[in-house]
Design a binder for this molecule. Structure first.
Ligand code: NI
Length: 177
């Protein structure tokens, strides 16, 4: 396993549309998944998308600690070729961060409840419903697959800033994804 270099905002790999993973059983894909998990852990993030490690494939990894769900933790999850759909019209605004925009945070509206589907590392289908922070993480990571970084989702950039300063101002929570 290896810790991979994380692309930062401005790198073209973060702005393009990633392509579906064809054969999930390829050793290169398995190695990429392992390396992404190690990279996410090393960076202290809750999620990571393949374009963030310079690989334009539709693949994300994430986990949500119990402290952030207010209930049960979401275990380390691999999603290949994910799809996300809202379950109702409710939108929640919350602070996010991103490993590709180190040190920054901003308030982003997201669907409060979503259903997501994809394949796990063994090519088996995954389908879950999520809400709150879990739903936010999934939407954030899947946006990376379409070249969308969270500032592009912000209707109001006055909440965008450096974590320590924004925290001082608001006592805001941040998400590193
Ligand atoms: Ni991110």
């Amino acid at each position: 396993m290896a810790i991979l270099k994380i692309a930062r905002m401005g790198h073209p790999v973060l702005a393009g549309r990633a392509v579906p993973v064809g054969d999930v059983s390829l050793p290169e894909i398995r190695r990429l998944i392992d390396d992404m998990m190690e990279t996410m852990r090393d960076a202290g993030g809750v999620g990571l998308a393949a374009p963030q490690v310079h690989v334009p494939l539709r693949l994300v990894v994430f986990h949500v600690p119990a402290a952030r769900t207010g209930g049960e933790a979401v275990p380390l999850t691999v999603l290949l070729n994910p799809e996300v759909e809202p379950l109702d019209d409710t939108v929640q605004v919350g602070y996010e961060g991103c490993l590709s925009l180190p040190g920054l945070t901003g308030a982003v509206p997201r669907w409060r409840r979503v259903r997501y589907r994809g394949l796990d590392r063994d090519g088996q289908p995954v389908e879950r419903e999520a809400e709150g922070f879990h739903a936010r993480v999934v939407q954030h990571e899947c946006d990376h697959l379409d070249g969308v970084l969270y500032p592009a989702r912000m209707p109001d950039l006055t909440s965008f800033g450096f974590v320590e300063d924004v925290r001082r101002r608001l006592g805001a929570e941040d998400q590193e994804g």
